[in-house]
Design a protein around this ligand. Structure first.
Ligand SMILES: C[S@@+](CC[C@H](N)C(=O)[O-])C[C@H]1O[C@@H](n2cnc3c(N)ncnc32)[C@H](O)[C@@H]1O
Length: 192
């Protein structure tokens, strides 16, 4: 879990049966708080670390990397560098057949170019989830937008189809990047 903050997601995953979750955040305050809170939960490990230093983990060490949320208070340049590095680090750390999940408010116009370098060797599917309880404007209470549980068909450039209507402007975009099996990444950490 990269940039875990004080998110409940990891503890919810333990309730769902996940057995070994490494949580990383640059904030020592967040990590200390979460370590104390989950001291009796052996499935959850916490490390204070800049995600861009995670390359110290063994290559292809993790089954999955989950990247939920971004700091909008960061400067644009810093945010850009972290985004690029997170996708890169995610790609290097995941086993073939594993998955990088990016959960964000960023639509494909602002995220896809970070995720699509040809050397990344993964297939990307996009899911869009409206806020829980979001209702289409002007409609009755029974017409809450339903989460779309099917991948959105994307254009060849990885963009939303021109006629796609985003009902909730505050939807979450979930990019599921499945690392291909049997192909070697073209980028080496020391040449990046
Ligand atoms: C918007 S919060 C999201 C927290 C959590 N993932 C969630 O969904 O609630 C972003 C988190 O990323 C962390 N962060 C920002 N830059 C980071 C970096 N370079 N390395 C590790 N964590 C970072 C921040 O400390 C913060 O906890």
């Amino acid at each position: 879990m990269v940039g875990c903050g004080n998110s409940l997601m990891s503890e919810d995953m333990v309730k769902d049966g996940y057995e070994d979750i490494m949580n990383v955040d640059i904030s020592s305050v967040a990590i200390e708080m979460m370590r104390t809170k989950h001291a009796s939960v052996p499935q959850l490990k916490y490390m204070q670390m800049d995600v861009r230093d995670m390359i110290c983990f063994e290559y292809e060490y993790f089954d999955t990397v989950i990247d939920k949320g971004q700091c909008f208070s960061s400067s644009a340049l810093f945010l850009f560098s972290v985004l690029v590095e997170k996708a890169y680090v995610g790609m290097m750390l995941i086993k073939p057949g594993g998955t990088y999940f990016l959960i964000t408010y960023g639509d494909p116009k602002v995220r896809m170019h970070h995720l699509t370098p040809s050397a990344y060797n993964w297939n990307i599917s996009l899911y869009i989830l409206p806020r829980p309880g979001f209702k289409k404007p002007g409609n009755s209470s029974s017409s809450s937008a339903k989460p779309c549980l099917e991948a959105i068909p994307l254009t060849s450039e990885g963009m939303l189809p021109p006629d796609y209507v985003l009902e909730d402007p505050d939807s979450h975009f979930i990019y599921i990047c499945n690392k291909k099996v049997g192909e070697v990444a073209q980028i080496h950490p020391h040449t990046h």
